[in-house]
Design a binder for this molecule. Structure first.
Ligand SMILES: [Fe+2]
Length: 298
């Protein structure tokens, strides 16, 4: 059986049918999925009761895995999952929901702001693959915004202004917006800003997209207030409802998105209920901008 992809919701979201992620993919399936990602940017796979090993095997069949090392406030001895996964659950290593004031949880609330995964890394992520193992009784949707449509809808004057602009991204910037500022010196060092272009061009389709995230807190050569006001306006533009799709999770869903062409955010849910989501991530091809090795910690 060959896979089929049909549009669901807005034009950037496709549902993949005729595929069993428990089984190895054929080269034709791999090609069809990459082509689907190029076209849609978000693909939904319903009813996939896969194990960690099967999620890893599926991810590796599409490319090289990005490891999640030092990207959260979890200490290595507190990891619930191996570093081949980004643990975006609200669970501690004993699989219990974290206390409401646990700083690891508070840091994780930053995922409720619009972002692109790993834009705070010099080589940012390509695809993210998020699998639902357990979900809360309500809330917890993930919303996606099409950054190609957002770019296309800009006026020519703004497009010209954006050309060549480079932003600085750090998880400290995104958490500052929520009033979370109690970082240790070690964390400030670890979360030093990296540089990313503000407009990306897709290597296959040639389409341009806005490369935004709440992690972006500066534009090189701009004053901070002007840069932040400008970035805020762009995010507001890019996340108008016409560019947004909200995914309501069912256990066994796997959703894959292209971080180069979309932003996303998590929505709130009852804090005492487990939400076990496991993310594998495909590494990007390389930096989008030249890095400044001597950038100071924030
Ligand atoms: Fe994310």
């Amino acid at each position: 059986m060959t896979i089929a992809i049909r549009q669901i919701g807005p034009c950037f979201v496709g549902e993949v049918e005729g595929i069993d992620l428990c089984q190895p993919l054929s080269p034709e399936d791999v090609g069809a999925i990459h082509a689907g990602m190029d076209q849609y940017a978000v693909l939904v796979f319903h009813g996939q009761p896969i194990s960690d090993e099967q999620q890893l095997a599926f991810t590796r069949s599409l490319g090289e895995i990005e490891h999640a090392i030092g990207t959260s406030l979890r200490a290595p001895e507190d990891y619930r999952l191996p570093t081949t996964f980004a643990d975006v659950s609200n669970l501690d290593k004993y699989n219990k929901p974290m206390a409401r004031d646990d700083r690891r949880r508070l840091f994780g609330i930053g995922n409720r702001l619009w972002h692109s995964d790993s834009s705070f890394k010099a080589t940012p992520a390509k695809y993210s693959l998020l699998h639902a193992r357990s979900i809360p009784s309500k809330g917890g949707n993930t919303e996606f915004a099409d950054m190609r449509a957002a770019y296309d809808a800009l006026d020519d004057e703004t497009k010209t202004e954006l050309e060549g602009l480079v932003c600085e991204h750090s998880q400290i910037f995104s958490r500052q917006q929520l009033g979370f500022t109690d970082f240790t010196d070690e964390e400030r060092e670890r979360f030093r800003p990296v540089r990313q272009v503000l407009v990306r061009t897709h290597p296959v389709t040639g389409r341009k997209s806005l490369y935004l995230a709440s992690h972006a807190g500066a534009i090189v050569g701009w004053t901070v207030p002007e840069a932040r006001a400008f970035l805020r306006d762009l995010i507001e533009h890019a996340t108008q409802r016409e560019f947004v799709h909200s995914h309501k999770w069912q256990v066994g869903d796997l959703v894959m998105w292209d971080n180069r062409q979309t932003m996303h955010r998590a929505r709130p849910f009852p804090p005492h209920e487990p939400r076990d989501m496991r993310r594998t991530t495909l590494a990007g091809d390389g930096p989008t901008a030249t890095q400044v090795t001597a950038s100071a910690p924030l």
